[in-house]
Design a protein around this ligand. Structure first.
Ligand code: KG4
Ligand code: ZN
Length: 338
């Protein structure tokens, strides 16, 4: 019997998960909705909210899994990248917990959590696989050969895909977080109405979304002035056309990678992987190239601790050991205070 606890607090979701005997028994996610009124995440408020909710979530996750604190074998937490104050809450809490029950602590890279999130599904990715990681902070195309060999093929040269969704939503007056709001508006719009540009970069696997964002801004300014008084019908068309361009840009590079690398499967992960149009496009791409496609359920796309616990488990099984003095933040390591 092996019980692993994961904690995620890198941004505006506090999440606690337990994997018990290779089965996910809890994945509790508390989203900080109050940031909406500020139009984006306020780091200090985020840290405070994590602090208030992390202990109750750990208690609930234990109860849901029929476990006591002493039954835990490994404690993992996200160690970065993310908002430093927010990360520190989960990380310090996890270390304290590990120290108190004398069990190993494992720091987990948030992006690696997303990369392997497909393994939370019944049908798992097969190595080597191509991973398209699309979140609020990252747009990455990766060749994943094993749990310890990941090669970066491409990245964004400016905005991340999710960031583009969030910025365009703000531009259109749809609010934060933008992804789900754009998706909703796009569902009633015509994606062929406006031809927004898809960037052509020198590097075949890199992405760029900043030109697309600017072109949406210009379109809005030209047609509706600064008033942002966009009729709903037009707004839906803009959202649909923008979403179409993002999906096209992502699929274009993924297809190039499929043409040039021998992979067994294709996995779409990260917050933007919740997008319906993108999910459909990736499924079609997989079908066209005869590849198994793994897209996690929505609860594993956005930030969640299940993926952190899972990644922690693979590191633990690989024999990795970490000291409680571990700190991903230069200058905050205990060595500096010695
Ligand atoms: O992975 P995630 O929860 O946090 C980061 O690690 O960044 O990703 C959050 C991002 C946000 O930019 C949000 O707008 C986007 O994922 N997102 C979506 C959708 N749901 C969330 N983007 C497009 N369509 C969606 N349905
Ligand atoms: Zn994330």
């Amino acid at each position: 019997m092996m019980n692993i606890l994961g904690i995620e607090s890198s941004c505006d979701e506090t999440s606690v998960a337990i994997i018990s005997n290779n089965e996910l028994t809890a994945n509790l996610i508390s989203s900080q909705d109050f940031h909406t009124k500020y139009g984006g995440v306020v780091p200090e408020l985020s840290s405070r909210a994590h602090l208030q909710i992390v202990l109750p979530l750990v208690k609930d996750a234990l109860a849901k899994s029929n476990l006591a604190l002493k039954d835990l074998d490994v404690i993992c937490s996200t160690a970065g990248p993310g908002l430093i104050g927010a990360l520190l809450v989960g990380l310090t809490f996890a270390k304290g917990l590990a120290y108190s029950i004398k069990k190993p602590f494992i720091p987990v890279n948030h992006i690696e959590g997303h990369i392997f999130s497909g393994f939370l599904m019944e049908e798992k990715p097969e190595f080597p696989y191509l991973a398209l990681v699309v979140s609020g902070g990252h747009s990455l195309l990766l060749l994943v050969e094993s749990f310890s060999k990941i090669t970066k093929l491409g990245t964004t040269v400016d905005d991340a895909a999710g960031e583009a969704f969030d910025k365009v939503a703000k531009m259109l007056g749809l609010g934060y977080p933008g992804g789900p709001k754009i998706q909703k508006a796009a569902a009633n719009g015509n994606e062929e109405k406006i031809k927004f540009p898809v960037a052509e970069l020198k590097d075949p696997y890199n992405f760029s979304f900043s030109g697309l964002k600017t072109s949406v801004l210009r379109y809005v300014q030209k047609n509706y002035g600064e008033s942002k008084n966009i009729p709903e019908h037009d707004l839906n068309d803009i959202a649909a056309s923008f979403q179409y361009a993002v999906v096209k840009a992502l699929i274009k590079n993924a297809e190039k990678a499929l043409d040039n690398f021998e992979v067994k499967s294709l996995s779409l992960v990260g917050g933007v992987a919740a997008n319906k149009a993108l999910r459909e496009a990736i499924l079609n791409l997989g079908k066209k190239h005869n590849k198994k496609v793994i897209i996690p359920n929505i609860e594993f796309c956005g930030d969640n601790a299940a993926m952190i616990a899972y990644r922690g488990l693979t590191l633990f099984e690989a024999g990795l050991k970490f000291d409680l003095s571990y700190s991903p933040f230069p200058g905050l390591s205990s060595e500096h205070f010695a």
